[in-house]
Design a protein around this ligand. Structure first.
Ligand code: A4P
Ligand code: MG
Length: 314
């Protein structure tokens, strides 16, 4: 029995869909012993092209390596892989990057893969599942520390099935917080009788937050969801309020909560409103990793629109 590490990558079409399918199909070629986290990586070599999703699958199999390679190439072909240029964009790329015991160097197949030891997009996921994997010049974990100049971001540790997504915990916490803020204002707040400046400020913030949230919800249209998981098949909205901040609804809701608490003079509500802002900071961070799984253009959007929750502030 031989252990193989298979690096999988995609930067065309439904990238995460191609990778999920590939993992399933690779599993039929032997015993699947592990799947790394899912990484978004900057393209290395070749023409200007979109970001890749990369991962590594561990497979125990008694197939001869050349036979395994042929099977992998069939999987690539079923995913519409076109070979037009070297290092060009691809729907699915499957490379045998490491194996043990043994090694191979024929004209069709070279393992350990000659370029893997200098590629962070291979080494990072490889170290998730097999840090001692043999690579050119040593083992994966040692090679990884010497390759630091490539951008490789972990998007999700477990990504094969969407059901295990913790989305509902985020929603639960979000509604609990909003509910608490409402309760707090009802319990501790008082109707404005004087026009103290901070009451006026609260009224302005509440109004701005309400306008911001409804404009942004309207701009999102059918892409609107309370779940952190993007609506399947939806386009990335980059205009209107989304040209100003990346999560305008969250920013606006926080403003409205803080504003209402000020208007009705509830200190606890203000504190909870600030907490809500922090919560939305964390939720939007999680959500952006999910968005990057589905929208190859998300990083470009993030570079163009630098504010996350509140324009010129946060
Ligand atoms: N071949 C030899 N050894 C192997 C091996 N260990 N595993 C032969 C798989 N194939 C191997 O591969 C060309 C030939 O290599 C095959 O016919 C096989 O007999 P290919 O898949 O047709 O073409 P390719 O993948 O474009 O070529 P190459 O040179 O393997 O490309 P690389 O080096 O794999 O680079 N950037 C990021 N961020 N993420 C990526 O996944 N991938 C590449 C492809 C470039 N930049 C990338 C990524
Ligand atoms: Mg290849």
């Amino acid at each position: 029995l031989t252990r193989f590490a298979i690096a999988i990558g995609s930067n065309l079409g439904d990238r995460v869909g191609h990778l999920r399918h590939a993992v399933e199909e690779i599993g039929r070629l032997g015993d699947r012993r592990g799947v790394s986290g899912l990484y978004e990586t900057a393209p290395v070599g070749g023409p200007a092209q979109g970001p890749y999703l990369n991962a590594v699958v561990l497979l125990d199999s008694d197939r001869p390596p050349e036979d395994l390679l042929r099977q992998l190439q069939e999987i690539e072909a079923r995913h519409g892989r076109q070979r037009s240029m070297r290092w060009g964009p691809r729907t699915l790329d499957l490379d045998i990057v490491s194996m043990a015991p043994g090694a191979i160097d024929s004209d069709r197949l070279v393992v350990p893969h000659p370029r893997s030891a200098e590629r962070r997009f291979v080494l990072r996921p490889l170290c998730d599942v097999w840090p001692e994997a043999p690579v050119v010049g040593g083992i994966a974990a040692e090679a990884l520390v010497s390759v630091t100049d490539q951008k490789v971001d972990l998007l999700a540790r477990s990504w094969l099935n969407q059901e295990r997504d913790p989305g509902r915990y985020w929603i639960g916490a979000q509604f609990a917080l909003l509910f608490l803020i409402g309760l707090s204002i009802l319990g501790f707040g008082s109707l404005p009788t004087t026009w103290a400046w901070w009451r006026v400020l609260g009224g302005v913030l509440l109004f701005a937050g309400a306008i911001g949230a409804s404009t942004a919800a309207h701009a999102l249209g059918t892409a609107l969801t309370v779940m952190p998981e993007p609506v399947p098949g939806s386009e990335l909205v980059e205009t209107g309020p989304y040209g100003l901040v990346r999560h305008p609804i969250y920013g606006s809701l926080s403003l409205a909560a803080i504003g209402a608490s000020l208007l009705f003079a509830d200190r606890a509500g203000v504190a909870l409103g600030v907490l809500l802002l922090g919560f939305f900071w964390a939720k939007s961070g999680y959500e952006e990793r999910r968005l990057r799984m589905v929208h190859a253009g998300y990083m470009g959007y993030r570079d163009r629109v630098r504010w996350r929750l509140l324009p010129f502030l946060l």
